[in-house]
Design a protein around this ligand. Structure first.
Ligand SMILES: [Fe+2]
Ligand SMILES: [Fe+2]
Length: 168
């Protein structure tokens, strides 16, 4: 059993991960509306990843004998200026997730909850990848500007992304 403080924070993170899925689905919908099906696919897969993150924490809390408590999700942003704007917001969001994971890790370490710290290490590594992915696409989009052929190529590439549940 984890401490009550940590349990509350873990529950908050479960809800935040579900909220993240919602945020990315809204981004997918914007991309689809711009006829950028590959970008839309990228965010649909991203949303699936976020649900996976939520369920990883959900299963952990259950395993530790804690009670998972779900709450209403905040409505996601649905308005975007451009595809670049979408990715900038996605990166900002990932940075906020990283901060939360670090905070969770600090609490777990402070309370000497080693099992939770060990579980959270996976999320710390995952966040490096999440931020790197968004940053790389932002750089590509910034270079492409209004080059529609380049955007089309990138759209095709992102259309290949599939969700594969991590094994570790
Ligand atoms: Fe996540
Ligand atoms: Fe994420």
């Amino acid at each position: 059993m984890v401490t009550e403080k940590l349990l509350n924070e873990l529950n908050e993170q479960i809800n935040y991960e579900f909220e993240s899925a919602h945020i990315y689905l809204a981004m997918a919908a914007y991309c689809a509306d711009q006829d950028l099906e590959g970008f839309a696919n990228f965010f649909i897969v991203q949303a699936e990843e976020e649900r996976f993150h939520a369920m990883k924490l959900y299963n952990f809390v259950n395993e530790m004998g804690g009670r998972v408590v779900l709450r209403a999700l905040k409505g996601p942003e649905n308005k975007f200026d451009s595809i670049l704007d979408v990715f900038k917001k996605a990166l900002d969001h990932e940075k906020s997730v990283t901060k939360r994971i670090y905070n969770l890790m600090d609490i777990a370490n402070g309370e000497r909850e080693h099992a939770t710290s060990s579980m959270l290490r996976w999320f710390i590594d995952e966040q490096v990848e999440e931020e790197a992915t968004m940053t790389s696409i932002i750089k590509k989009l910034s270079r492409l500007k209004d080059n529609s052929h380049g955007i089309f190529m990138l759209d095709t590439q992102l259309g290949q992304r599939v969700f594969t549940p991590p094994t570790a």
